[in-house]
Design a protein around this ligand. Structure first.
Ligand code: SF4
Length: 122
């Protein structure tokens, strides 16, 4: 099992992300989670963000889980449905996590929980 973490902070404008230090978060995640890498795009549902996520999904193998930390999971499902269809990425390995309204420690705890649930289900 391989985990890649892709984060979004809603253009840095949304108050829901104000407690999160995005400058240190990526390193914090890579230090605390067994993840290949963590990347941030400021608008994952925008053109550039879609391109980043498309590359991540296309370069995944059968062992790869893509964990997306961003807005509400239900919103993410709608926003990224087309990309999943287009890339043929297995939805069961696409994990959406709400990282709003918390700090770095909270984000890491939520991501960890999501990864642990996946690992247990394997
Ligand atoms: S993916 Fe969600 S958090 Fe990111 S820019 Fe779009 S609406 Fe905002």
């Amino acid at each position: 099992m391989e985990v890649k973490v892709v984060l979004c902070n809603c253009k840095g404008l949304c108050p829901s992300f104000k407690e999160t230090d995005m400058d240190t978060l990526l390193f914090d995640i890579e230090s605390n989670l067994d993840a290949t890498y963590a990347v941030l795009n400021a608008q994952l549902c925008g053109q550039g963000g879609n391109a980043v996520l498309r590359d991540v999904l296309r370069n995944a193998n059968d062992e790869t889980y893509v964990v997306v930390g961003a807005c509400a999971p239900e919103a993410q499902v709608k926003l990224f449905k087309k990309l999943l269809r287009e890339t043929g990425f297995d939805e069961r390995r696409f994990i959406t996590v709400d990282i709003r309204n918390t700090n770095n420690e909270g984000v890491i705890a939520r991501l960890k929980e999501a990864v642990q649930q996946v690992a247990q289900a394997e």
